[in-house]
Design a protein around this ligand. Structure first.
Ligand code: PMT
Length: 404
């Protein structure tokens, strides 16, 4: 997908610029051509000579260089590319992009371009979470600027949190997805995926229900990531505030039984991912009338077990999907319990996540997960749920390529 693609790489002034030489190498290995613009700040971290040598092209730095303007004006530079990638994208360059500021070659090229733009943000966690940066991010997204990363972890400044530039393979995957999508195809084109997401609500009476803290962020992100790789996705969603993802068929349900029914009716599918936090029980004694509060009397709720959707879909048989993936939400003995759950529910892979208090997995934006398969356990760093979904979608694509 990257063969013969022309990438204009803008390297801004952040420590993550040290990853750029490797990024250029990997892009060129895949047949892409890379032309670099290095900002003044970027040149504090990586030299123009390194970028020129690795890209096999001149490294552009100066807006007012008469030679460059004669050879390759900033307008041509910004137009003779299939995509502009800003990596690392600092808080400063993001702010300038929002303002339409054009005070150096990089920002001028970004303003003058008619080509898609992707940014790989990288900065200190406080800078990243600052309302100014977050508001700039939203504005850039509304202008269709693609965003890859950042991820959470140790930052060069010594602090810990969100702000690490996406790793080189993630940036390459994001570019690949972009070109696949623009070509109207992806590695999962022709495959059907069924995804469950969000909580279920189990009525106690017409106004009360039993629920859990699942927001649907993780399951919805999985559905989006699979659709971006070309899969035809049906998302069965419990009650959430998440917007319906683009390019996905969505079925809204409330209870576990409704989710079960929607899932079985949506088969056949080659791929199933159960990310929903399905209530294990429903209220058998739920009635049609609101339970009245009577002083001195506490109503007893009689619970009945809900159907296990994952275990049902993973049952052996001719119509079993080829790849059935569950999530395991655990508060202790994470891996061991996830392995037991994988065996008990007969699913192929299980994504184990620690949901103990303080983990933020339920409802938060990040997830720390371990992919448990028959081959072993792969532990991933703390990632935004979108990045977890993209990694999982890549692993699914690799499985599909090898086995289907
Ligand atoms: O929605 P978010 O706020 O983004 O949070 C994401 C998440 C924490 C909910 C998600 O990452 C997650 O862990 N989902 C699974 C939650 C869960 O119910 O885990 P479990 O260990 O109880 O269930 C194991 C598996 O069986 C899950 O795949 C679940 O979907 C499935 N299951 C469980 C019960 C049931 N009756 N039917 C099922 O299909």
């Amino acid at each position: 997908m990257l063969e013969n693609r022309r990438i204009l790489l803008i390297v801004a002034g952040g420590i993550a610029a040290v990853k750029v030489p490797d990024l250029i190498r990997r892009l060129r290995e895949r047949g892409a051509s890379v032309r670099c613009i290095l900002t003044k700040g970027g040149s504090q971290f990586v030299t123009p000579l390194t970028l020129a040598a690795l890209s096999g092209d001149k490294c552009y730095q100066d807006l007012f260089s008469l030679t460059d303007e004669a050879e390759m004006g900033h307008i041509r530079l910004s137009r003779e590319a299939d995509i502009i990638l800003v990596a690392p994208a600092t808080a400063d360059i993001m702010a300038k992009m929002v303002m339409g500021q054009a005070d150096d070659l990089a920002t001028t090229a970004l303003l003058a371009t008619d080509k898609p733009v992707m940014i790989a943000p990288s900065m200190n966690v406080m800078m990243w979470t600052h309302p100014a940066t977050q508001s700039n991010l939203q504005i850039l997204k509304t202008r269709e600027v693609r965003v890859v990363g950042p991820s959470a972890g140790d930052l060069a400044c010594g602090e810990v949190g969100n702000g690490r530039m996406a790793e080189v393979p993630e940036i390459i995957a994001a570019l690949t997805r972009f070109f696949q999508k623009s070509a109207g195809q992806g590695p999962l084109t022709g495959f059907r995926a069924l995804v469950t997401s969000g909580p279920t609500h189990e009525p106690i009476d017409p106004v009360r229900y039993i629920a859990n803290r699942s927001s649907g962020k993780q399951g919805h992100a999985v559905a989006t990531a699979l659709a971006e790789l070309g899969a035809s996705v049906t998302l069965i969603a419990g009650p959430t505030n998440e917007p319906d993802p683009d390019g996905v068929k969505i079925i809204h349900v409330e209870t576990a039984k409704q989710m079960m029914k929607a899932c079985t009716e949506s088969l056949p599918a080659e791929i199933v991912i159960c990310a929903a936090a399905v209530a294990d029980w429903n209220v058998e004694s739920a009635g049609g009338q609101k339970i009245k509060k009577e002083s001195g009397k506490t109503p007893a709720l009689k619970l009945a077990e809900n159907p296990d959707i994952l275990a049902t879909l993973a049952q052996p048989g001719p119509s079993r999907p080829s790849l059935v993936i569950g999530f395991a939400a655990e508060t202790e003995n994470l891996i061991e319990n996830a392995q037991l759950k994988r065996a008990k529910k007969n699913c192929d892979w299980i994504v184990a996540n620690d949901v103990s208090p303080g983990s933020g997995a339920f409802g938060g934006d990040n997830n720390t997960v371990h992919l448990v398969t028959a081959d072993g356990v792969e532990s991933w760093p703390t990632l935004q749920k979108r990045a977890v979904a993209e990694r999982l979608a890549e692993r699914i694509s690799a499985f599909v390529e090898r086995n289907l």
